[in-house]
Design a protein around this ligand. Sequence first.
Ligand code: ATP
Ligand code: MG
Length: 263
Amino acid sequence: MSPEAVLDPARTNIDGPREGDVIVTDNLWKTYEMGDQQVHALRGVNLRIRHNEYVAIMGPSGSGKSTLMNLIGCLDSPSQGKYWLNGHDVSQLNDDQLARIRNKEIGFVFQTFNLLARATSLHNVELPLIYNGTPAAERIARAKDVLESVNLGSRMMHKPNELSGGQRQRVAIARALVNRPSIILADEPTGNLDSKTGDEIMALFDDLHAKGNTIVLVTHEPDIAEYAHRVVTIRDGVIASDHVSSRMLNKQDSDKHTKSKQN
Ligand SMILES: Nc1ncnc2c1ncn2[C@@H]1O[C@H](COP(=O)(O)OP(=O)(O)OP(=O)(O)O)[C@@H](O)[C@H]1O
Ligand SMILES: [Mg+2]
């Protein structure tokens, strides 16, 4: 199948973003060249995510979840297709332009935390502000604020190896938040944590969602996906299903129930 082929014409996003859309992809392909072999990691992804949605992406290992997250997080560019972030077509931008947009609009959280081993929590969280030239006093004040907001006020001078896994992930979340992005992307944020710590991290994502952020997270765990309001499943580089989570369905049911009781 060629990259120009569209699997389901009814589901194309060729008309681009509408008001309130933050992430729109149209027929997105990513092909990795491995010597004389081509690996089609994504084969025509059409996705539309609106402001303040809370989306979980699931799917088997190798189905293209991280590849998709890297594209929507502006860490990489597509081989074919279009991507509009907050209404702007970013599919053709070069690495420097992508980095600038990423720094402003997106907070990225990884499974393995990706912290600087020799730096304190405070310094790790300050880093994105160093890259964009924020003056030192403001940098430190903002890094402290955001560390306090994830309950790490007492661990600012600890290095990653002096923290628990959950605390490390909270430092990584603080680092993702310090530029006040509207979109939070997380690739298996609870993958290296036990289930209780995972639930604590998910409670933080719940708070961020309640504050108006758009959240997209990849997970293998159905329990974690249930925190989201919408679950998108990827198989072999295409979207295989896309539906409202049971948590959301239950909430809609109980809202209906309360309403009918009131009437
Ligand atoms: N840099 C790369 N070079 C070549 N092939 C790659 C590269 N990155 C990923 N792939 C291939 O692309 C496909 C999708 O990989 P991806 O990492 O997106 O999967 P995933 O759904 O995130 O899997 P997992 O659940 O194991 O993390 C896989 O077949 C993988 O081998
Ligand atoms: Mg992955």
